[in-house]
Design a protein around this ligand. Structure first.
Ligand SMILES: Nc1ncnc2c1ncn2[C@@H]1O[C@H](COP(=O)(O)OP(=O)(O)OP(=O)(O)O)[C@@H](O)[C@H]1O
Ligand SMILES: Cc1ncc(CO)c(N)n1
Length: 274
């Protein structure tokens, strides 16, 4: 039976991150994709030029429209912008008794623009995180959530345990920005740390030497949602999603003047990236 996944996220006009990355991931993995747009960004590979949030009422209407008509197998949540939008998402998830929720607590674009209001942090923690089956922060987002630095692999292992106490079922802390402090450069492995209250696991791959890392976080969390939609358990979904994101980075595209996007269709296209 056709599986369906929903992304609740912001639009990236450049097509590399946000809603666009999520829908491409769903399609590449053979899942039917739906979207609830929270915000529109005027964005390209070099940065975010402007952001306009969608009204909370319109976000709520999109949620009701999709859930009232279509059976959805998994949901990925990305950019949620502000408190009011978080509140309507929480109401929607409760109202429609949504399962398989992957929350990527997006706070900043990789070019450094804010995608979540400072004051929305507490609402995210109190109301949205407890509904998630998994949250997928990067090092920076984990530091903001915990109000302390998360820098080393040891910090990551402690952080995942602390973050599960916020009420989500599991945490996958992404080490895409992890540095080897003695060598003062990025680690040679791209290591992510997972905890579900029992097992502490690592998912790792060789780091690809590339500047094209636009939308990696969006792609990864959407791939996890897609595999959950297929019915895989969380650990298998992450393992498969890790293979997917690694392939998408290995074949990433030299599009634009800034860091280019991940490639979802390298098996289909002649273009292989670098
Ligand atoms: N150069 C790389 N080579 C291989 N894997 C990478 C590389 N950079 C990041 N990853 C992996 O990509 C996934 C996304 O991690 P990352 O830490 O980049 O997310 P993020 O910072 O949320 O992304 P975004 O740039 O979209 O905000 C993780 O599995 C990470 O280990
Ligand atoms: C819309 C949007 N969502 C998420 C990210 C994070 O990569 C981004 N740059 N833009």
């Amino acid at each position: 039976m056709l599986k369906k996944a929903l992304t609740i996220a912001g639009s990236d006009s450049g097509g590399g991150a946000g809603i666009q990355a999520d829908l491409k991931t769903f399609s590449a993995l053979g899942v039917y994709g739906l979207s609830v747009i929270t915000s529109i960004t005027a964005q390209n590979t070099t940065g975010v030029i402007a952001v306009e949030d969608i009204s909370p009422t319109m976000v709520a209407k999109q949620i009701d429209a999709v859930f009232s008509d279509i059976q959805i197998d998994a949901v990925k949540i990305g950019m949620v912008s502000n408190r009011e939008i978080i509140k309507v998402i929480v109401e929607g998830l409760r109202k429609w008794d949504v399962k398989n929720i992957v929350l990527d607590p997006v706070m900043m674009s990789e070019s450094g623009s804010r995608l979540l209001d400072v004051e929305a942090r507490s609402t995210l923690i109190k109301e949205l995180i407890p509904l998630a089956d998994i949250i997928t922060p990067n090092l920076f987002e984990a530091s903001i959530l915990l109000e302390r630095d998360v820098i080393t692999l040891k910090d990551m292992e402690n952080a995942v345990k602390e973050l599960t106490k916020m009420g989500c079922s599991s945490v996958l802390l992404k080490g895409g920005h992890l540095t080897d402090r003695t060598l003062a450069k990025l680690t040679t492995k791209a290591i992510d740390v997972y905890y579900d209250g029992q097992s502490l696991l690592r998912y790792q791959a060789d780091r690809v030497k590339t500047r094209n890392i636009h939308g990696t976080g969006c792609t990864y969390s959407s791939a996890i949602a897609a595999y959950l939609a297929f019915g895989f358990k969380m650990d298998r979904s992450i393992a498969r999603a890790k293979d997917y994101i690694t392939g998408a980075i290995q074949n990433s595209l030299n599009i634009g003047d800034g860091p280019g996007p991940t490639n979802h269709f390298y098996n289909l296209w002649k273009e292989k990236g670098e």
